[in-house]
Design a binder for this molecule. Sequence first.
Ligand code: HPA
Length: 247
Amino acid sequence: MAKIGIIGGSGFYKLEGLPVIQEEAVTNEYGTARISIAEYKGEEIVFMARHGASHSIPPHLVNYRANLKAMKDLGVDYIMTTAAVGSLHMLLAPGEFVLLSQFIDFTRQRVGTFFNEVDPNFKHVDVTEPFSGFLREKILTAAKERDIHIHPYGTYVCLEGPRFETAAEISMMRLLGGDVVGMTVVPEVVLARELDIDYATVAVVTNYGAGMAPGKVSHEEVYEVFGQAKVRLQKLIMAALDVIVDG
Ligand code: HPA
């Protein structure tokens, strides 16, 4: 059986209801990743909280390479992740789920590759379809089975952060074809592809993009809406685990 990893984004710091059998700090050439290993139906599930257990690591300081390399070294073949996002469309409301299908990268200061040195063996990886078709299908099946609504496609625009966007930036991203905006999925998805790990993300809309609704975008609002969606999100992730493990 293939090994499954889960990376929890903002507001998702542990797998509720799964007994943790081991917690450890895994160190590799890129740094240290904190992981917990849980068991589900006899399979090991590797969990990681992207921003740390107490949300102390801002998006631009997440050690994406240490995290992904740790997953690879632990033998993980499939990674499901969650991410809080802002919406770029009035019809895509806070609380809704989007299964990401594409991204546009506006990050500026992250090391987004494992091929960061002169190396005769470096590769250009294909990211025409950056998210795993296999995992996307399993997550869609799980959502259908549990009657959880999820938009099956969505283009994620990744910004450097940690600030939110200006109203003009949000208008621009919508014009460019984006559906949701966030700060973490790139380079995570790209690093997973470089390591040949299947990767998919369930994005949780926590707010409208800056300037789309009256008032400011706030950290508190993101947490509050995510908190309301959390039980549904955990249910979806567990259902997807079921579909993969039983499948
Ligand atoms: N912008 C960027 N990242 C986010 C947002 C947003 O509006 N909401 C949640 N993550």
